[in-house]
Design a protein around this ligand. Structure first.
Ligand code: FO1
Length: 335
């Protein structure tokens, strides 16, 4: 790990976000990175507080992720869930045996009066994670999908219904009275740059921006604000971002992502396959930074993280034409 002397606030949710968060954690020292995570997906299952996005980032940074899914724990078993099913409980949300330990411990500590930030700090410390992984808020915020079939709690929509109902909007229940978590508020003040990981802009980044004061703080933020597009070649690499954007009337493209981030983002990192979109993005007042953004291997995650940090460093040190830097292609990266 090479210390770069730049403090980055990374905002993440979902599997794509966790991948870049892992890469950033491998190229930045713990003092240089705070990963703020969406908690709008949190849900209570079997009486336990489950924070899927926090856990996805946590397991990634701890090297525990199930590589087949990108969430959950590698090699986990589902005997408890099967036993719960035999007792009449619902089992559509696949909680593994080892994963359940996280939710049991989180719930126990929350019930003892600790905040979600404190609990997350304790869980990450025990998993040997040196970097700060923090919830967007310690207060309850819940994403609700507004669909043709009525309002659905996020995991009902996402997992149980497989994102099949058409969405007409989203609502972030509780956001009006939530506050940014203390470490998030501090990072908004003290970081040198903000990075929006390649997460779903509507349901992963949207809830973070809905916490009162966050959008305003990012709008007036002094350093570079760089987003990585979750849309590559007109498709979401994974998850329902493309379907949701289309249903909400967005153009499913990098330019569509740039429009979503209007006012909170100076530059959008796009994949080489989308290089032709650069002029359309720059016409929106957002600089287009072209590189290879697809993260299949850990090397890909590190390479993209290094590129993102390089963009930040170039920006901070006044090398204004960083968008004209030679794009890293998949072929040159592997070479
Ligand atoms: N995603 C699924 O598609 N199906 C599941 O059964 C499922 C279970 C699950 C359990 C724990 C956890 O931390 C994540 C889990 N996820 C599951 C992923 C989760 O629904 C999504 O990654 C996010 O909420 C979207 O960002």
């Amino acid at each position: 790990m090479a210390a770069m002397g730049t403090n980055i606030l990374a905002i993440a949710g979902g599997v794509g976000g966790a991948k870049l968060a892992l890469g950033l954690s491998r190229v930045l020292a713990p003092s240089e990175l705070t990963v703020v995570v969406n908690t709008g997906d949190d849900e209570t299952f079997h009486g336990l507080h489950v924070s899927p996005d926090l856990d996805t980032v946590m397991y990634a940074l701890a090297g525990m992720t199930n590589p087949d899914t990108g969430w959950g724990i590698r090699g986990d078993t589902f005997r408890t869930l099967e036993a719960l099913g035999r007792l009449g409980a619902e089992t559509w949300f696949r909680l593994g045996d080892a994963d359940l330990a996280t939710h049991v411990r989180r719930t126990e500590l929350l019930r003892a009066g600790r905040s979600l930030s404190e609990v997350t700090r304790e869980l990450t410390a025990h998993l040997g994670i040196a970097h700060a992984v923090v919830p967007m808020s310690d207060e309850r915020v819940r994403t609700v999908a507004l669909t043709d079939d009525g309002e659905l709690a996020f995991q009902e929509y996402f997992v149980r219904r497989g994102c099949e109902p058409r969405i007409t909007g989203v609502r972030f229940d509780g956001a009006e009275t939530a506050r940014p978590s203390p470490a998030f508020a501090e990072a908004l003040e003290s970081s040198d740059a903000i990075v929006f990981c390649p997460s779903n802009p509507i349901v992963s980044i949207g809830p973070v921006l809905a916490v009162p004061g966050v959008r305003e703080a990012i709008e007036r933020f002094g350093g570079p604000r760089i987003a990585v597009s979750p849309i590559v070649g007109g498709k979401a690499l994974r998850g329902p971002a493309a379907k949701m954007m289309a249903e909400l009337g967005d153009e499913v493209s990098c330019a569509g992502v740039a429009r979503r981030y209007a006012g909170v983002c100076d530059a959008l990192v796009i994949d080489t396959v989308d290089a032709a979109e650069a002029p359309a993005i720059e016409a929106l007042g957002v600089r287009a930074l072209v590189t290879s953004t697809v993260m299949e291997t850990d090397d890909d995650k590190d390479a993209l993280a290094r590129d993102v940090v390089g963009f930040v460093e170039g920006w901070r040190h006044g090398r204004g034409a960083i968008h004209r830097a030679l794009p890293r292609t998949r072929a040159s990266r592997r070479g």
